[in-house]
Design a protein. Structure first.
Length: 126
C-alpha cells in the first residue's frame, strides 16, 4: 500500500490543530482525510470510515481520547490509533499504550513524525 491509498482520521478539539495536520497529511498525497472534534465523534467516524490510521488527541470534550481509544480498540482490535498530547505525557503515555495505542506523539505533531507514522502504516508495520 502507498501513503496516498491510506484513509486517515484526525481527532482533536482544536480546529487549528486539525486543519494544520490535515494540510500536512494532504501534502503527502493522502486523499481520504476525515476529522472529528471530540472523542464521541471520533468513535462514530471510525465506525463509519474504518480509517487505516487515527491521530487522536488525549484531552478532548464529551469523552477523552483515551476513552475513545478504548472504545475503538474494543470494536476494532487491529485499529492503528496514534495518541497525541501536550499535557503531562508520562502517565498518559503508559495508559495509552496499555489501552492499545499503536504509538504516541508529542504535540504539536511534527511533519516528519506524521510522515513516519503514515509510511509505517502503509508498510503495515505500525
Amino acid at each position: 500500500m502507498n501513503i496516498q491509498d491510506l484513509k486517515v482520521l484526525i481527532c482533536d478539539d482544536s480546529m487549528f490543530a486539525r486543519k494544520k495536520l490535515n494540510m500536512t497529511i494532504a501534502g503527502f498525497g493522502v486523499k481520504e482525510i476525515y476529522e472529528a472534534a471530540d472523542g464521541e465523534e471520533a468513535v462514530a467516524k471510525y465506525c463509519e470510515y474504518e480509517p487505516d490510521v487515527v491521530f487522536m488527541d488525549i484531552i478532548m470534550p464529551k469523552i477523552t481520547g483515551l476513552d475513545a481509544l478504548r472504545q475503538i480498540i474494543d470494536k476494532y482490535p487491529d485499529a492503528k490509533v496514534v495518541m497525541a498530547s501536550s499535557v503531562g505525557t508520562q502517565g498518559h503515555l503508559k495508559e495509552a499504550l496499555k489501552a492499545g495505542a499503536a504509538d504516541f506523539l508529542q504535540k504539536p505533531i511534527a511533519d516528519d513524525d506524521a510522515k513516519t507514522i503514515l509510511e509505517n502504516a502503509a508498510k503495515g508495520v505500525l
